[in-house]
Design a protein around this ligand. Structure first.
Ligand SMILES: Nc1ncnc2c1ncn2[C@@H]1O[C@H](COP(=O)(O)OP(=O)(O)OP(=O)(O)O)[C@@H](O)[C@H]1O
Ligand SMILES: [Mg+2]
Length: 440
């Protein structure tokens, strides 16, 4: 039961920090005002109204009793006095009481007027109208065969302080809530900024200079996050610089070795050794490529279709088939994304015959499918092929140039864009299907 209730609450309540804090601040104020209003309305307003109405109806009864008498001089004198002193207008008519009931359904004023009139004059000897005139209430009472029509100021039965009370109860609470909104906005903004920076950093973007602001705890969190981001960034730069440095430096002795091998007399040995040197060279190139992929590149609006058409024109192969029905532009690192797609496409062209690229778009995600018609990858190797330098045994014979870094670079790039890369054997082209999803 309580589990269901808390679930309902979770669904109803806003998820954002700002709105949650606002509810925490505003809800008690609003509830308090409602309680005060109800208490006031019931105990003060309605009771005061009842008292006023009762005394007014008492006056009306006195008037009606006097008007039933025959002393015209006294009646006229009284009419004049009431007009002069109380703003009453009193008429005596030879008519019947109106039939249409003018009582408003939810008006406490009408309700207590009806009750009092009924208890004094009886069930069908009165009629009243509180709406016809703006500040005047009309009451008609039956007295013998005549009707006494009395018009009196509305304020006689309506305490005018209600409007003032409502104003003073809502105005300060609105003022309080507005002040709370301004303060809360200032307090939640630094947290939102920090969350945005963390999201950006998580996706692999470089975040520079977070300005700590807000409460001291939030300032501290921002400051520490900035320090951590800078340290990780330094570490990444150092690693790629070291990798590219080593790879670069090793190239010169390798070239020297190649030259020396060319001059070697034992040709069969020299051929075998150059093969190994070639392999080492391609490994070094891959290292360099990997190091390059780690270099910070700024995220910009990137046209994915353009990346694929560029790859297609570079490959210039009739085995590469593009099917791009939607135009996609997303914020990402263009060169990295191109390298990622290129690595997967390259694999397809190396280990299969034809490569088919297609895309689909959902509300917040782009799916890129790169299919081929090759032998695919055994299910139990799906995890392994993403490990650096991991190659399936048979591929060594097919493609000697590779070192086993292509897929891990691709995965690294996709992950750093907040996306996901998956392999499956469900391709309609009977080979491997690589599905890359990227957030839009
Ligand atoms: N489309 C594919 N079909 C069949 N096997 C594949 C396919 N793509 C990758 N593989 C297997 O996965 C292994 C790892 O691929 P990866 O791209 O990481 O390295 P590589 O292609 O061998 O070398 P590199 O890409 O660094 O030049 C490959 O050696 C290959 O055995
Ligand atoms: Mg590869």
């Amino acid at each position: 039961m309580s589990f269901g209730l808390s679930n309902i609450f979770k669904k109803i309540l806003p998820t954002g920090l700002f709105y949650r804090s606002l509810i925490i601040v505003a809800a008690p104020t609003i509830i308090l005002q409602i309680i005060i209003t109800i208490a006031f309305f019931d105990s003060i307003w309605i009771k005061a109204n009842k008292g006023l109405t009762r005394s007014l109806v008492g006056e009306l009864k006195t008037l009606s009793d006097i008007y039933t008498g025959k002393d015209l001089v006294q009646i006229n004198y009284l009419t004049e006095q009431f007009k002069y002193n109380f703003d009453y207008v009193i008429n005596i008519k030879d008519e019947k009481l109106p039939i249409t009931v003018k009582e408003r359904k939810y008006s406490p004023m009408d309700r207590s007027l009806r009750r009092e009139l009924k208890s004094v004059f009886g069930n069908s000897n009165y009629w009243f109208d509180t709406i016809k005139h703006e500040d005047v209430v009309e009451v008609q009472v039956k007295s013998n065969d005549k009707i006494i029509q009395i018009l009196f100021p509305r304020e006689r039965i309506a305490p005018s302080s209600v409007r003032l009370f409502v104003f003073w109860i809502t105005f300060p609470s609105l003022l309080l809530i507005s002040i709370a909104i301004i303060f809360l906005k200032n307090q939640t903004r630094p947290i939102i900024n920090l969350a945005e920076a963390a999201e950006k950093f998580g996706k692999g973007d470089y975040v520079s200079g977070i300005r700590p602001s807000g409460a001291s705890e939030i300032r501290k969190a921002a400051y520490e996050f900035d320090r951590m981001a800078k340290r990780i960034d330094r570490h990444l730069k150092q690693r790629s610089q070291m990798l590219s440095g080593i790879s670069h430096d090793l190239r010169t002795p390798l070239t020297r070795l190649k030259l020396q091998l060319a001059m070697l007399n034992q040709k069969d040995l020299s051929i075998k050794m150059s093969k190994d040197i070639d392999e080492m060279e391609s490994m070094l190139n891959s290292y360099l490529q990997f190091a390059e992929s780690q270099i910070q590149e700024d995220s910009v609006a990137t046209n994915i279709n353009k990346i694929f058409t560029e790859i297609a024109s570079e490959k210039n192969s009739k085995n590469f088939h593009l099917d791009l029905p939607v135009q996609i532009v997303l914020v990402g690192r263009k060169n990295s994304l191109k390298r990622c797609f290129n690595n997967i496409i390259e694999n397809g062209l190396n280990y299969a015959e034809n490569v088919y690229v297609s895309m689909s778009k959902s509300t917040n995600k782009l799916n890129v499918f790169i299919d081929d018609d090759g032998p695919g990858i055994p299910l139990n190797q799906y995890k392994n092929v993403f490990k650096p330098f991991y190659r399936l045994d048979e591929s060594r014979n097919l493609n000697n140039a590779g070192v086993g870094l292509g897929m891990s670079i691709a995965e690294d790039i996709v992950r750093s864009h907040g996306g996901n890369i998956e392999l499956s054997a469900s391709s309609k082209h009977k080979g491997l299907q690589v599905k890359i999803s990227l957030p839009l």
